[in-house]
Design a protein around this ligand. Structure first.
Ligand code: HEM
Length: 202
């Protein structure tokens, strides 16, 4: 049975898709019930930024979880998880440019140069763009081994995101340290696997 005609897989995919929209429901709920504080745009930046980081880590967790528990279905969900990371990062970025710089390019470039956390955030987002553009199966076939190499940059992107978060939260880095610990564990697993099997895999 092909993947597209497997009803069980389709059901799982639709359920994961609906669940992945949770940050949007949260923001909608806040908006409808007046729960946003004095600066809704900043709260939206916070929610979407964190959502993007969570999706990056979930994407990275697919391979270890699949190997440990034999959950092969996770592989079929990885692309969706990665695309959600890109979606929330782009949402986050767009709200920032709109609220902070009013879509004025000179102000945006000024922030990009003057504020290190913005520089790092932009770099992370720029590196995410080629991954989103090459997410399709067709691109995987076209790029061959290069696809794997390109998509391995997700580790660097997640590292930059954690750094970006750390620069935002220098006054209270507890949450950031939890994310950093998860990323370190995922990376340690990849190095361990690469050493024992002599193959680096994304
Ligand atoms: C892959 C790209 C990016 C990811 C995954 C990401 C993720 C995050 C995360 C996790 C936070 C902390 C959220 C929180 O406080 O709960 C954050 C904060 C922030 N990000 Fe990003 N970010 C990215 C790119 C960018 C870009 C391109 C910009 C703007 C040019 C930006 C602007 C901000 C700002 C202004 C905050 C601070 C919000 C606050 O003070 O609460 N980010 N980001």
């Amino acid at each position: 049975m092909s993947a597209t005609s497997d009803p069980q897989l389709q059901l799982v995919k639709i359920s994961v898709f609906i669940l992945s929209l949770s940050p949007l429901y949260e923001m909608l709920w806040y908006g409808l019930t007046g729960r946003f504080g004095a600066y809704p745009a900043w709260e939206i930046i916070g929610i979407t930024g964190e959502a993007s980081l969570v999706f990056l880590l979930l994407t990275l967790a697919v391979t270890p979880l699949r190997r440990w528990f034999g959950w092969n279905i996770l592989l079929k969900l990885r692309r969706m998880l990665g695309l959600f990371a890109f979606f929330y990062a782009s949402f986050h970025f767009a709200i920032y440019i709109w609220r902070e710089d009013n879509f004025i390019l000179s102000e945006f470039f000024n922030d990009a140069v003057k504020l290190p956390y913005i520089t790092v955030g932009i770099l992370a987002w720029l590196l995410l763009v080629p991954l989103a553009l090459t997410a399709r199966d067709k691109m995987m076939k076209t790029l061959g081994k290069g696809w794997k190499r390109l998509h391995s940059t997700i580790y660097a992107i997640t590292f930059l995101t954690v750094l970006h978060y750390l620069l935002v939260r220098t006054w209270n880095p507890v949450d950031v340290l939890i994310y950093a610990a998860i990323l370190t564990a995922l990376l340690a697993y990849r190095f361990y696997y690469a050493k024992s099997v002599k193959e680096w895999s994304f």
